[in-house]
Design a protein around this ligand. Structure first.
Ligand code: KIV
Length: 290
């Protein structure tokens, strides 16, 4: 299936054409953006997962455009050599093409994004068309759509029966026809990830969609073990970041309480004669006051 958006993110299209897996990671602030770029990922997404990973909301639906723009600008300051994708938050694009274009423009104009991502198909294909016509590349998102999940048990895989699988494949094709430059496919059977990848000519970036997609995306906090609570089965943790951080802060607190921190070397000194002059001056002040 040919997409008008196929060349809109050229570095990703080139990787995909060369059969090289695309590595996409989320980031939410300057340090995580720096880590992602220094580690050599191919593209960074400032996901609306920020709602849960860094802002402490219990759903991605809670984050506002203004909140996500602050985070996206911080990541853009860090990520200077690879594409940056902004995620259109829940409620910021669904109601009309005009609304979708104006929100997408904010992510480009105010945060320097190279592309935006939005969730869903059906009427969203029209939003994609409108944003692409405004000159902004769009990444679609099918399968599990976190913005449509209303309770914790809604984070289940999608497309595990024939009807739902066919619907997701049709949605993916529809979004590509509408002009998406790439697709994120979340939490579907590996076979469905493979079928979608074979049927569209844009990069398909999977998260819990098997190994046959053009690339993979993970949430920064999941990969580094920085979060709390349920971890989806498609996450592979490469660090136990939260335990490492808690341990470090605990040891520092213990050192403060025992007097072991700070040491002499962890403070500043001054020349003895300068200090003597300070003491002398203070002594005069004390004498005057008494
Ligand atoms: O918001 C996000 O982090 C995402 C990824 C899971 C793809 O949409």
């Amino acid at each position: 299936m040919r997409s008008v958006g196929a060349a809109a993110l050229p570095s990703l299209a080139a990787l995909s054409a060369a059969g090289k897996p695309i590595v996409m990671l989320t980031a939410y602030d300057y340090p995580s953006g720096r880590v992602a770029e220094e580690a050599g990922v191919d593209v960074v997404l400032v996901g609306d997962s920020a709602a849960m990973t860094v802002l402490g909301y219990d759903t991605t639906r809670a984050i506002s455009v203004d909140e996500l723009l602050v985070l996206t600008r911080a990541v853009r300051r860090a990520v200077t050599t690879i594409p940056l994708v902004g995620d259109l938050p829940f409620g910021s694009y669904e109601e009309s093409d005009e609304r979708a274009v104006s929100t997408a423009r904010r992510f480009v104009d105010e945060a320097g994004c190279d592309a935006v991502k939005l969730e869903g198909a059906g009427p969203m294909a029209s939003r994609v068309r409108a944003i692409v016509s405004a000159g902004i590349p769009v990444i679609g998102h099918v399968g599990l759509l976190p913005q449509s999940v209303l309770s914790a048990d809604g984070y289940r895989a999608r497309g595990r029966d024939t009807e739902q699988a066919l619907a997701i494949i049709a949605e993916a094709e529809d979004l590509v026809r509408a002009g998406c430059a790439a697709l994120v496919v979340e939490a579907v059977p590996s076979e469905i990830g493979e079928l979608i990848s074979a049927r569209v000519d844009v990069p398909v970036i999977g998260i819990g969609a098997g190994s046959a997609t053009s690339g993979q995306v993970l949430v920064y906090h999941d990969l580094l073990g920085l979060g709390e609570g349920h971890v989806p089965r498609f996450v592979r943790r490469y660090a136990d970041g939260r335990a490492t951080l808690v341990d470090a802060v605990r040891r520092w607190a213990a050192d403060v309480r025992s007097g072991a921190f700070p040491s002499k070397d962890e403070g500043y000194g001054m020349p003895a004669d300068a200090l003597a002059a300070v003491r002398k001056s203070l002594a005069k002040t004390v004498n005057r006051d008494s």
